[in-house]
Design a protein around this ligand. Structure first.
Ligand SMILES: C[S@@+](CC[C@H](N)C(=O)[O-])C[C@H]1O[C@@H](n2cnc3c(N)ncnc32)[C@H](O)[C@@H]1O
Length: 155
């Protein structure tokens, strides 16, 4: 829990860019793939996240925003984010909704990353990213061997 935020925080620290911060927007209520886990039923996910980022000494750079993704997006100004990392509910509908809610928040020239993008199985994230990119005339980058997609917002 919090692995992605910690990785981003480590990236900020290693590039000595300590002026940046990471907003982690999550319900910490889990996704469909988590429904069988006890920590969802016990509402323990948020506590685990906070503990993990503290133990990784990343808590000073990570600002948790506990909200549904689309609601959380309304708290951010347009053109305010350098990087958007999408890794919420991986269904086609939810991933597309996330991309649509957050795209305007990314600065021109900024980067959108998405996790759990499987070009081989063409899952929900794959379909959402491809459709979103086509609609906005963006090229989808698929780094080899990684289950990520990358989009660059035009300047
Ligand atoms: C695959 S996990 C990603 C975890 C995260 N990358 C990390 O390293 O901790 C998906 C996350 O999306 C969150 N989630 C699912 N649906 C959401 C929604 N509609 N709004 C906000 N968060 C959501 C879940 O609570 C879960 O933490």
């Amino acid at each position: 829990m919090g692995g992605s935020s910690i990785a981003l925080a480590n990236g900020l620290m290693s590039s000595r860019n300590l002026g940046g911060v990471i907003y982690a927007v999550d319900t910490w209520g889990g996704s469909p793939e988590h429904e069988d886990f006890d920590f969802i039923r016990d509402d323990a996910m948020y506590g685990m996240f906070l503990r993990n980022i503290r133990e990784a000494s990343a808590d000073l750079l990570i600002r948790p925003v506990r909200a549904p993704s689309v609601e959380g997006a309304k708290r951010f100004l347009d053109n305010s984010l350098d990087i958007l990392f999408v890794d919420g509910n991986h269904s086609y509908e939810c991933c597309l909704e996330d991309l649509e809610a957050w795209y305007s928040k990314v600065k021109p020239g900024g980067t959108i990353l998405g996790h759990d993008y499987y070009a081989d199985t063409k899952n929900g994230v794959y379909r959402a990213a491809q459709e979103f990119a086509a609609k906005n005339a963006l090229a989808v980058q698929e780094p080899e061997g990684l289950r990520f997609f990358i989009l660059k917002k035009p300047q």
